[in-house]
Design a protein around this ligand. Structure first.
Ligand SMILES: NC(=O)C1=CN([C@@H]2O[C@H](COP(=O)(O)OP(=O)(O)OC[C@H]3O[C@@H](n4cnc5c(N)ncnc54)[C@H](O)[C@@H]3O)[C@@H](O)[C@H]2O)[C@@H](O)CC1
Ligand SMILES: [K+]
Length: 517
């Protein structure tokens, strides 16, 4: 599990760190980390380090200072280094002196008519380009000169701290911005690494220890790693029987639309052993597809369950309303999706059926969220947190980065790093998976994080056929250099995602086993 801290909290921790350790020492640590990851990328993409060329794009502040110091260290490894200075009169002085003393070159980016031809040549020559334009103090998109310079970059980019042009606190991009292959950040992750467009533009995020950790407060939110999901995933123990592992009730689909029932129930079956019960008009179809499921026609006829998954395909009319009300009255943990969210958003009386002490998870996409909250989410973490608190629910806001907020303010984010789950029926599978984890007794916030992570990975495995990597490096963190990120994929349907769930579970469980060795 990794923490994510807002820029303000990072700065406050840095101030405390500087009382104990001199700032240049800290910067040198940061630069060491940048140089290490530039060397790795050179090895990967240029076949070696010595004799290769690195171009530094350097802005006005300490972010550029980090890049210059890293350049000086790379010179020591036989790398040719050229710094292109976007603001020569405000360049980090010590960093520039260090680079020149190590034999690096520096030139001004701007001539009398925009970017000079020397600067363009340097940007085109780099085997790797280091983005030291702007870091934690970034405001808005790249300024025109920096944007023009970035436009000439064809080589892979290592971003210092964050890809320039991305808002550090939100991950939003409001103008031109850098797209990095690797982002090297310091002390702790920032929201831009895992949220919105910033997550995609950060590429592989590498965290460097600069001694900041003891000075950090509680993170603003957290990110689960595959090994966290693997460690929490329920598997049967020798004492278990089919009931003791948690029974899930599924209320989904209809006679004319049995697909939602099939996918929700299937998500549950593939997630954990034990038992799944189905209640609804698609009972015959469900029995046929999933003979292991005990299927009945109505919620009232279903035997005991430890949790319910309700909503996909139940409709928003009186039948759907009745099903949802019956499920809520049972006072068991519930995951409510799709039509159930629409019903809850427009019918305040339905909330009376609910026991406020029993966990209720709502899993909206942005449109369903707008029905609940009155508007589409802008700052997704803040919006999910506020809505979770207001309704007293766990709010799982789906998106490329999925945000899960608990009513007590805790938040988990999962940056999927790809969009393969964006296919019809995929949400139904997630609902079944999450329901089964709740039935198995996994703590609700963690259950949400685990289900989202494994669901996203299953989609990726289905699309890319990459299961053979057996425990791919996580996008955020990890030492292994990514390979699967460049795997070419093919579009999938939700059935293919569902079929890949066991492979994804095996992968996270293998990651958990490896991490305790
Ligand atoms: N506080 C510290 O001493 C440490 C800072 N570190 C580095 O320092 C960075 C923060 O440095 P600074 O606070 O000096 O500021 P930055 O280097 O992030 O920004 C410098 C200046 O760029 C300008 N700017 C803002 N938005 C811009 C945009 N969109 N396009 C172009 N220019 C823009 C502003 O004038 C800003 O003051 C971190 O991101 C990290 O890389 C690390 O060395 C670790 C320790
Ligand atoms: K940067």
């Amino acid at each position: 599990m990794r923490g994510v801290w807002t820029p303000d909290r990072i700065r406050a921790a840095e101030e405390r760190l500087f009382e104990a350790v001199a700032e240049p020492v800290v910067m040198r640590r940061a630069a060491n980390g940048v140089a290490l990851h530039v060397r790795r990328l050179l090895g990967e993409r240029a076949g070696g380090v010595a004799g290769r060329h690195v171009t530094l794009l350097v802005g006005a502040g300490n972010n550029g200072g980090d890049a210059l110091w890293a350049g000086a260290l790379l010179r020591g490894r036989g790398v040719g280094v050229t710094a292109v200075l976007l603001a020569p009169d405000r360049t980090h002085g010590e960093g520039l002196r260090a680079l020149r003393a190590a034999g690096g070159r520096a030139l001004a980016a701007e001539g009398s008519s925009g970017l000079t031809s020397e600067a363009v040549g340097a940007l085109r020559r780099g085997d790797v380009v280091v983005d030291g334009v702007v870091g934690l103090s970034a405001r808005g998109g790249l300024r025109p000169l920096a944007a023009e310079a970035v436009g000439h970059v064809g080589a892979p980019v290592v971003a210092v701290d964050l890809p320039s042009g991305v808002d550090p606190a939100t991950g939003l991009v409001e103008g031109p911005a850098v797209s990095a292959e690797v982002t090297v950040t310091f002390g702790g992750l920032k929201p831009c690494h895992v949220l919105e467009e910033g997550a995609a533009r950060s590429g592989r995020v590498r965290l460097v220890d600069i001694g900041l950790i003891p000075y950090l407060d509680e993170p603003d939110f957290t990110v689960l790693d595959p090994e966290d999901a693997g460690a929490a995933w329920p598997v049967p123990s020798p004492e278990d029987d089919k009931y003791s592992q948690g029974v899930l009730g599924v209320a989904a689909g209809s006679a004319s639309f049995p697909g939602a029932a099939m996918l929700t129930a299937g998500g549950a079956v593939r997630t954990a052993s034990g038992m799944v019960r189905y209640a609804g008009p698609a009972a015959d179809a469900v029995r046929e597809s999933w003979p292991e499921i005990v299927a009945t026609g109505s919620v009232g006829d279903t035997g005991r369950v430890q949790a319910w998954a309700v909503g996909p395909g139940i409709g928003t009319g009186s039948n759907g309303r009745e099903v949802l009300a019956r499920v809520l009255e049972e006072a068991r943990p519930v995951v409510a999706d799709a039509d159930a969210i629409t019903l809850l958003a427009r019918d305040a009386a339905l909330w009376d059926a609910r026991d406020p002490e029993t966990p209720l998870v709502l899993t909206p996409h942005d449109g369903e969220f707008a029905r609940l909250a009155g508007e589409r989410p802008e700052d997704r973490v803040a919006a999910a947190r506020e809505t979770a608190r207001r309704y007293g629910v766990l709010l799982l806001l789906k998106g490329n980065s999925t945000v899960v907020a608990a009513p007590d303010g805790r938040v988990l984010v999962h940056p999927s790093g790809h969009a393969w789950p964006a296919t019809a029926g995929s949400g139904d599978v997630l609902t079944g998976m999450l329901g089964k984890l709740l039935a198995a007794g996994v703590e609700p916030l963690r259950a949400c994080g685990c289900a989202v992570l494994v669901h996203a990975r299953a989609a990726e495995i289905a699309a890319t056929g990459s299961a053979e990597h057996g425990g791919r490096a996580p996008r955020v963190g990890g030492d292994e250099e990514g390979r699967a990120e460049r795997t070419v994929g093919a579009p999938i349907g939700a059935s293919a995602l569902l079929a890949a769930v066991p492979a994804a579970i095996r992968e996270v469980r293998a990651a958990a086993t490896a991490s305790v060795r």
